[in-house]
Design a binder for this molecule. Structure first.
Ligand SMILES: [Fe+2]
Length: 179
């Protein structure tokens, strides 16, 4: 994110020069890609659990929140949207499966390997799982997540949206770790 850190000869603190407004998708992509390179900021927070997706908060203000997520192949977000937030996900180790629902058809599935970024606008609905055990990803959302929509399909095929806290999306098993 050169435009936010260009005053620094070595942007060793990539979240220190944010613009004070909501970020565009390409800016969210820059945030997660910068953080991948600054692994000292998150490497010590890595952990894995089959019962609960392991996560750590790397940053949160009104315009941006950034999370480290660690995945086993047992972890599954379920179908969800991000309410009014755009997002970017950088896979830094392993690979994730991203599924998008299709009415009357099988979900559209793509594998996002390490070194690749996916991003989305608020209209996006998806489901993330690990394609490779012990995968690691960095997620940035703008504005910061407050609520999300979690979807379920009942036995009659009726789709329902349940508003949930952003902490429910992350399936917390412990309090977020402050950056
Ligand atoms: Fe998501």
């Amino acid at each position: 994110m050169k435009r936010f850190t260009s005053g620094l000869p070595d942007p060793s603190a990539p979240l220190s020069c944010l613009p004070g407004r909501n970020l565009e998708r390409h800016e969210l992509e820059e945030v997660v890609e910068q953080l991948e390179r600054h692994d000292a900021l998150w490497r010590g927070l890595v952990g894995f659990s089959d019962e609960h997706r392991h996560f750590a908060a790397l940053h949160r203000d009104a315009h941006l929140d950034v999370w480290l997520l660690c995945w086993t192949t047992a972890n599954d977000t379920g179908w969800h949207d991000h309410d009014i937030s755009s997002g970017a996900v950088r896979v830094v180790h392993g690979a994730l499966n991203e599924s998008a629902p299709r009415i009357g058809g099988a979900p559209a599935v793509r594998v996002v390997p390490a070194g690749h970024t996916l991003s989305f606008a608020p209209d996006h609905i998806h489901r993330l799982t690990a394609s490779v055990d012990r995968s690691i990803s960095i997620h940035a959302y703008s504005p910061a997540l407050v609520r999300l929509g979690q979807y379920s399909i009942d036995e009659d095929g009726v789709l329902r949206r349940q508003p949930v806290s952003y902490l429910d999306e992350l399936r917390a098993f412990e309090a977020p770790v402050a950056a």
